[in-house]
Design a protein around this ligand. Structure first.
Ligand SMILES: [Zn+2]
Length: 209
């Protein structure tokens, strides 16, 4: 079986910024295709172990954000410092992807012992709104539970912060500068709305604050 360090290094060495996951999907489909019947939807991959019992989804994402400023070395050329691997996506979420791959390989041939079905999925576009999992979900069929691989320091997290995105348009009315009182300034309207949004207060969440 491929060792964890080699697997993680290989995954990090393949650039996979959101929207450009084909190469890493090819790599994983090749690796997993030797052992499992891997299905591919776009660059999303999944396969299933076990034949009966509840279906548990084990999922993580293939994509990364683009490299940002401030790296001390090329983030697409993974390097080791002691027993730690550095590179774009090493933590989020290629560590999780590698762990899921190794879990699947460890379970190979033991499907009958599971008493459940394990659906492994590797998705695209997580960093830009979760497009991949949304495309894949209908193909995955009924699921009883899901574990999402994300870097949480091995703490089980049962809640996730949401995001409120507002797309706003402010409309004004044009007027000659000599008759400005007849017009309506869209910038002023927008500024008042931005101040209102800033003043919104939400109930604190039990787990998330
Ligand atoms: Zn992530």
């Amino acid at each position: 079986m491929i060792d964890p360090a080699t697997l993680l290094q290989s995954l990090v060495a393949i650039p996979s910024v959101s929207g450009a996951e084909a190469a890493i999907a090819d790599f994983l489909a090749g690796l997993l295709g030797e052992t499992f019947e891997v299905h591919r939807h776009g660059d999303n991959l999944y396969f299933e172990l076990g034949h009966r019992g509840p279906r548990l989804l084990l999922v993580s994402h293939l994509d990364t954000v683009p490299p940002c400023e401030g790296w001390s070395a090329d983030p697409l050329k993974p390097w080791w410092t002691g027993d730690r691997l550095f590179g774009l996506g090493a933590n989020d979420a290629k560590g999780c992807v590698g762990a899921l791959v190794l879990a699947a390989l460890a379970l190979q041939g033991r499907a009958r012992e599971l008493g459940a079905r394990a659906v492994f999925a590797f998705t695209t576009g997580e960093e830009v709104g979760g497009k991949g999992i949304q495309e894949l979900l209908p193909a995955l069929g009924h699921l009883d539970a899901a574990v999402v691989g994300e870097p949480t320091g091995l703490t089980v997290c049962t809640a996730q912060r949401g995001m409120l995105l507002l797309r706003c348009v402010a409309r004004g009315r044009a007027a000659h500068v000599a008759h400005a009182h007849l017009g309506e300034n869209a910038v002023h309207k927008a500024a008042r709305d931005i101040a209102r949004i800033d003043a919104l207060r939400f109930e604190p969440h039990l787990l998330l604050g």
